[in-house]
Design a protein around this ligand. Sequence first.
Ligand SMILES: [Ca+2]
Ligand SMILES: [Ca+2]
Length: 473
Amino acid sequence: MDSGGFQAALAALLLLLTATQAKAESACPSDMAAAGRVSCIDRFEAPNREGERPFTGKTAPEGEAWCGLQGKLLCTEDQWMEACEGEEHRPFPYGHSYEKSRCVDEKTWIPPNWGAIASYPAEAGKREIERLNQSEPAGSREGCATPEGVMDLTGNTAEWVLATRPHPNGHRHVMKGCYWSGCYGGSAPRFGFTNPAHPGGFRTYEAGFRCCSPRPQTLPAALPAAGPQPAFACDPTVHPAPNAGLSEAPGDPGCPDGMARIGAGASGPFKTFCMDRYEASLVELTPEGERPWSPFHNPGPRKVRAVALEGAVPQGYINGLQAAAACAASGKRLCTSSEWLRACSGKSGPGGRIYPYGNTRRPGACQDARAKHPAVELFPGHPNPFSMIQHACLNQLPSSLARTGSHPECMVPEGAYDLMGNLHEWVADEAGTFRGGFYVDTKINGEGCRYVTTAHTRPHWDYSTGFRCCAEL
Ligand SMILES: [Ca+2]
Ligand SMILES: [Ca+2]
């Protein structure tokens, strides 16, 4: 190539890189804005609807649950602060000097009746919270905006966040942004002000919250590297539908479609029940009818329901709250932890099988021993590949997620497949539990059927988190 041709090629490459970068930086969904380099934040206080009054009188766990059902997370303190101060480190969301009433922060404080608030959800509690509520519809103070278009960070409702910095009391959650009557102690509502007084479970009249999510990474999945390139191409913004055309087989006698009867003929106190034969997939319910939901993407707040399909790519990327809702939408429910163990090990208590197929590990019988962590493979040289665990391409790597039922030995006698390995499976537990391990590991947190992960609360999701449903016989 002559030098002119080389220059032209270089210019084209630079243009391509710039375009890719620009795409990456505008990648937050339209109802969110960038908060720093790696997060998106809702433009408005929850429920994130312009012109509607924000939720108030909420606890932090209620915020986590609500955000989780949207496929988002309660904002962390760092995310909230990054959105508020921006790259220019503004003390106030709108600039460098305080302007009273630019945000909703000038209302006269009304003394609360704490006894009435504590009676929530009784009517008296709801009425007292509403009596004290001086919030305004989201976005009504046009000047109370960051340059990125995030509204009402300071003032209006106080916002529960997950604490990421040290504070007095050491609570897991703190409140940011002050509220409609300004800050406790009377200082100006600047981004750094924190109210650490109450634990997240405390219900106070002025508290709402806001949801955040990781920023979608639209950079090419396979970074250029020396030597031959792997023959793997994946665009994380595409929604493949590998389950199109599949439908549920009839259930065992007495069970809904797609389900096996667990414990039939067993003696002992355990009740016979129905369980999905396969790790679940999702179908989206639209006005035009049902259509398969792409199993590589979190469904967010869409209306979806769970189906158990043979030969499907099962749904990862789903949190525990969404999984429970998807089962309920099919007239089913999440399995309890003991039902799940009963199905996998053949016994309701200890002393059952270690693996779905017996007591001796058979490498390869289940999808359970990928040599390389997919995030390490997909992001070579990334400083923290484990920050990429929500990336849609992880479960599209070769030898990663297997289709349901493709491992015939990975079955219990009643006909449920892949309990061990493939995807972790959420079970019905308020604290957040998933069972059975996944395609990289079925040992670290227990062998096979005994594998239990309790490291995450129910709003967590990543590529490895799936589920299946149970139902009464
Ligand atoms: Ca606020
Ligand atoms: Ca599994």
